[in-house]
Write a protein that binds this ligand. Structure first.
Ligand code: SAH
Length: 216
């Protein structure tokens, strides 16, 4: 990171991202808009992409992975409808940006990344951005995180098909949100675990990097 970068606030571009991209695109949850206006996205992207940090696009973060576009981060956060008391499991830490946004919206975030280099990068980024209510693990998120289960919500930020253990690791009333489907044709699905069964709703079409087995 360039030496001056942490001292640049990027407040203006961040506010414009909220006012000119997220609100017109239909994000209405004020807690989510506040989090998006607070988390310094520029601390989560590589130096060469600093000038693009607040554009509404996904960006490369190394190891062939991407940081999701701000709209998708906001939309997925909004669909979890967090109130502040929840414990949330995230699958796919990447650079830690979505983790940081979630950490503003709930009590604690547990986040798993399968690629060791990204896990290390996220730890550094989250420390720099002062997000303390976060626990990170390098491993296969398809296995969930049984030691800390059950969770109030699980957010998956890689596209594919759900692992059975995720529903098992949710509280009653808990919600799983993920981009589901074959490569290049994902759709956000939200499944709520109820005593009587599972309630399922489909939302935006989207494209995510693939959910893969094992750790690297
Ligand atoms: N939320 C991230 C998005 C990263 S892209 C951000 O804001 O930057 C999705 C991430 O999911 C990638 O880093 C990829 O390595 C990771 N991933 C894919 N399959 C996984 C699995 N089974 N367990 C954990 N992480 C996984």
């Amino acid at each position: 990171m360039s030496p001056n970068r942490r001292f640049l606030s990027f407040e203006r571009p961040r506010r414009r991202m909220v006012e000119e991209q997220l609100i017109p695109a239909g994000i209405t949850d004020t807690r989510v808009l506040h989090a998006m206006n607070t988390v310094p996205r520029h601390l989560f992207v590589d130096d060469a992409l600093l000038g693009h940090a607040y554009q509404d696009s996904s960006l490369p973060i190394g190891s062939g992975q991407t940081i999701s576009q701000p709209f998708m981060v906001a939309r997925m956060s909004e669909l979890l409808a967090l109130e502040g008391h929840e414990r949330v499991l995230e699958i796919g830490t990447g650079c830690g940006y979505q983790t940081a946004v979630l950490s503003c919206l709930c009590r604690r975030v547990y986040s798993i990344e399968r690629i060791a280099a990204l896990h290390t990068k996220a730890r550094k980024n989250l420390r720099q951005a002062h997000h303390a209510n976060v626990m990170l693990k390098c491993g296969d998120g398809l296995l969930g995180w049984v030691e800390y289960a059950p969770f109030d919500a699980i957010m998956v930020t890689a596209g594919g098909f759900a692992s059975d253990v995720w529903m098992e690791q949710l509280c009653e009333g808990g919600v799983l949100l993920m981009p589901e489907g074959e490569k290049g044709a994902h759709r956000l699905v939200r499944r709520k675990k109820l005593v009587a069964g599972i309630e399922e709703e489909y939302f935006n079409a989207c494209t995510f990097v693939p959910l893969l087995k094992g750790e690297l």
